[in-house]
Design a protein around this ligand. Sequence first.
Ligand SMILES: C[S@@+](CC[C@H](N)C(=O)[O-])C[C@H]1O[C@@H](n2cnc3c(N)ncnc32)[C@H](O)[C@@H]1O
Length: 287
Amino acid sequence: MTPAQLIAKCAGELDQAQVSFGQGTLQAADEAAWLVLYTLGIPLDVDSDTLTDEVSPEAELAVQNMLNQRIHARQPLAYLTQEAWLQGVSFHVDQRCLIPRSLIAEVLAEGSIDAWLNPQASTALDLCTGGGSLAVLVALAYPQLQVQASDISADALAVAAINIERHGLQDRIHLSLSDGFQTTQGEMDLIVCNPPYVNTHSMALLPPEFQAEPRLALAGGTDGMDFIRQLLLEAPQYMKDDGILVLEIGHEYEHFITAFPQLEVIGLSTSAGDAQVLLISKAALLA
Ligand SMILES: C[S@@+](CC[C@H](N)C(=O)[O-])C[C@H]1O[C@@H](n2cnc3c(N)ncnc32)[C@H](O)[C@@H]1O
């Protein structure tokens, strides 16, 4: 078989097995391409017209083995390849952290927050940094910022350290083990936060691939707002007067507005709509 034929075959098997997507890819064709190209050692940005040479029987077997692990163990592909890409930036991933996919990455890439961010900004915090992807993307997007990145999980921080080194950002990103703002130093121009926000009902319905991720990274309590309630209470102490908070809430907008009916927020546009990533000023938090 050729790589192109293998991709088509794997896509069919992934669809038939009804695996879940959403941890790096959104459909079987993309997941199959990633699986086959990774296993054959072909760069992901290869011209698909060139995937026409027959592969060896050994390579075909390696692809089948990878596919079996994906389907039968219901493991997310990123945990099998130990790599994920966000806005074209590569990250190490393993079971110790959430697979990077935050919509905040889009907002950073598109400069959607620039109108609110002080041009003299110098400090940022990635709260709940997990494997460090948002801290790295903040540091790459805004070279003038010193970035603090914290998380309650020592396991996740070990992955973040790998990613910070991968991108040579050890001088600009400072990691700390922290429950919420516990170790935050000083006041921030920018806080980004993709917290655990999945409500209890949704947690119970998670497909196995998502259950393979750390529960601590996802579960946000009955209405998904447990962490966010504390965050919104404490954040002003750690923000400069014109500082901004960029908060991901996923599909929890209804719960969010029920919990914080008076809070003035700005919905930032993303590929998933404009109700999943919110921009909140310090003034709005104090109002
Ligand atoms: C949704 S994940 C986000 C990870 C990463 N920022 C990303 O976007 O891929 C949430 C993270 O919050 C961390 N976390 C959960 N409770 C926390 C707490 N009380 N204080 C700090 N971090 C916490 C988890 O360990 C997890 O890494």
